[in-house]
Design a protein around this ligand. Structure first.
Ligand code: NAD
Length: 331
């Protein structure tokens, strides 16, 4: 059984090799993204293993199928980058890792909030240069603030609990209210109400309903001075609208771990190159913007769970033809 990995980083090799002992699969790692240009790299194999920025379009599915690939194993939760319909029509299985340490992502959202608020990234550099002034480092207490959470699935739930622990009032919007969260003090409201919170954090998936959920109109519904956090998917935010919101002062803090055009940038060292993406350059020029390069999942616990679940998904398919972690569109 051979699995070909795309967008493979050194840590993917390390964790997948560590957890492959009990499976004994042959693992082949490619650094390149999977897309219509690179699909030719796929030789004889049974499965491909892909990550968030691989582009598994209908054309790619078609090519994979012609090469005998039956399984597309996502080593992530989101599956917006796979044409599920095309894969299904070809009889291919698409599996994912529905939950891997949701706390890892929720805790990273808190890290973005705390860094933007208390400016520890600026303080660190300042003190190293023997500048002990507090000028410009003023923050606010999180205690007592309202936090709006959009999407209360695995990660949103963990995030709600963290924010309740910080003494915040947590308001949420989801298609389905979670009774467990309501019991501990989270209140559900229409989106328009949740957008009025002091801090708005996005935890819903990217799909046709949620693409550019945050746009000129919804930013206009937020309170002036809002802190907006996105650790979910870049496409949830219309970047142009966010830049406008930052320029007008409507958004006072903007923390993102994901970015609309991230597939051209993230997960590689571009420090010696000229970045052609003017939007990210504009975002990086704001003093109140904090960008991390899709690292919210990046903890030891989460990588272990990703490797274990991905390999188990493939094993389950081979052994029984069943799949618990099938990627499926909500209907
Ligand atoms: P999940 O499926 O457990 O939860 C998603 C929630 O969003 C569900 O409760 C669902 O009902 C809700 N939802 C769906 N459509 C909605 C809409 N239109 N409006 C409001 N809520 C809606 O997923 P999860 O594990 O919590 O992950 C959430 C997202 O986080 C993933 O889709 C993925 O894109 C992202 N993610 C990012 C990282 C990272 O490293 N930055 C890591 C893992 C996941």
């Amino acid at each position: 059984m051979k699995i070909i990995f795309f967008s493979a980083q050194p840590y993917d090799r390390e964790f997948f090799q560590r957890y492959n002992d009990s499976h004994g699969f042959e693992l082949v790692f490619h650094e390149s993204q999977l897309n219509e240009k690179t699909v030719g790299l796929v030789g004889e194999a049974d499965a491909v293993c892909v990550f968030v920025n691989d582009k598994v379009t209908a054309g790619v599915c078609d090519q994979l199928f012609k090469k005998g690939i039956k399984i597309i194993a996502l080593r992530c939760a989101g599956f917006n980058n796979v044409d599920l319909e095309a894969a299904k029509n070809l009889g291919m299985h698409v599996c994912r890792v529905p939950a891997y340490s949701p706390e890892a992502v929720a805790e990273h959202a808190l890290a973005l909030i705390m860094t933007l608020n208390r400016k520890t990234h600026k303080a660190y550099n300042r003190v190293r240069e023997q500048n002990f002034s507090l000028h410009g480092l003023l923050g606010f207490n999180l205690h007592g603030k309202t936090v709006g959470v959009i999407g209360t699935g695995n990660i949103g739930k963990a995030f709600c609990r963290i924010m309740l622990g910080m003494g915040c009032k947590v308001m949420a919007f989801d298609l389905v209210a979670n009774k467990e969260l309501e019991a501990i003090g989270v209140s559900y409201h229409p989106l328009i109400e949740v957008l009025k919170a002091d801090i708005v954090s996005l935890h819903c998936p990217l799909n046709e309903q949620t693409r550019h959920l945050i746009n000129d109109e919804t930013i206009g519904m937020m309170q002036k001075g809002v802190m907006l956090i996105n650790t979910s998917r870049g496409g949830l935010i219309d970047t142009k609208a966010a830049i406008q919101g930052l320029k007008s002062g409507q958004i006072t803090y903007f923390g993102i771990d994901v970015y609309e055009q991230e597939e051209h940038l993230f997960f590689r060292d571009l420090s010696g190159t000229v970045i052609q993406d003017d939007q990210i350059q504009r975002l990086m020029s704001f003093p109140n913007v904090l960008i991390t390069a899709h690292q919210a999942f990046f903890t030891d616990e989460a990588l272990g769970q990703i490797a274990t679940t991905t390999l188990n998904n493939v094993q389950q398919l081979i052994k029984s033809g069943n799949l618990n972690n099938r990627a499926a569109l909500l209907v």
